[in-house]
Design a protein around this ligand. Sequence first.
Ligand SMILES: [Fe+2]
Ligand SMILES: [Fe+2]
Length: 324
Amino acid sequence: MTATIDHLDDEVSTASNDTFSGLLGRLNDQSVRPGKHFDAYVDVPWDEHPIDPTDPRWELHALDGLGATAWYQAQPQDVRARMGLDGIASKMQIGYFFEGVLKRGLLEHATTLPAGSPELRYVYHEVIEEAQHSLMFQEFAGRAGHATVPKLPRRAVSGSRRVVKMARAFPELFFIFVLGGEDPIDHMQRETLRRKDVEIHPLLERIMRIHVTEEARHLSFARHWLKQQVPTLGAVRRTILSIGAPLILGEMGGMMMKPSKALQREYDIPAAVMREAYDDNPEFQQSAAVAMRKVRGLCRELGLINPLSKRLWKARKIWADDEL
Ligand SMILES: [Fe+2]
Ligand SMILES: [Fe+2]
């Protein structure tokens, strides 16, 4: 894969100048172009790069909240590496769950679209790509020793059913959910790939590069779909959307950026260390707000930020004034 991460950024910003139908044409074209779409079992060299759980490349770096704590640094090397690998595998399992909800929602959305339309075609390309991502994540998690999907909180499971229904009943809210799941992860993966001082395991690097390449299209589609649809909404739905967005985004961000409860239990991470690493760590809080920068900017552009919703963004700790 030759494209650099910065080049991928350019692709997204060029897309923002397109009309929606022009964008759909371009996304459909890229989705079938060699070198722009990938297969989990053709394009990832699984057997060339076996996973050794004690490999120092799995260790958390200081930029990760937990990696910077004295508690983590006092662990033996093999525990530090194993904890880092388990953290990655468990995020992939959560990603697998999220992508399952996303695919079900996209298929619901597709039932509202006319046969032969460019949007219907693109939605199916996205479903296919998400299925490939889910295969990659599951294969990685299995090879890392995480054969079972962690038990998800009941709230997440019942919430996921509501999200799938929402894709038909209130698709604007569904696409906010999509951005909440995709945008912060995309941001974190790009940041990791840009870093020159961290050696990434080649398997993980390949997975991340494939993911950011295809996510650029998904994000572009979701943003432009919202830009086209939100202005057509009435006042009531707009108000619901302005309140729903920070609630959904806050929930998604927390799930993806902190170690899961299961991982905290497995490694006996003390509650005080979790607070030091995440909740009471201004650097982490700032990075969580930065990861939401693009989606926050979009919400502002769509007129979804008002005094009440701003209070919710702040309460969920995903607000930053800097770039607004
Ligand atoms: Fe994905
Ligand atoms: Fe995606």
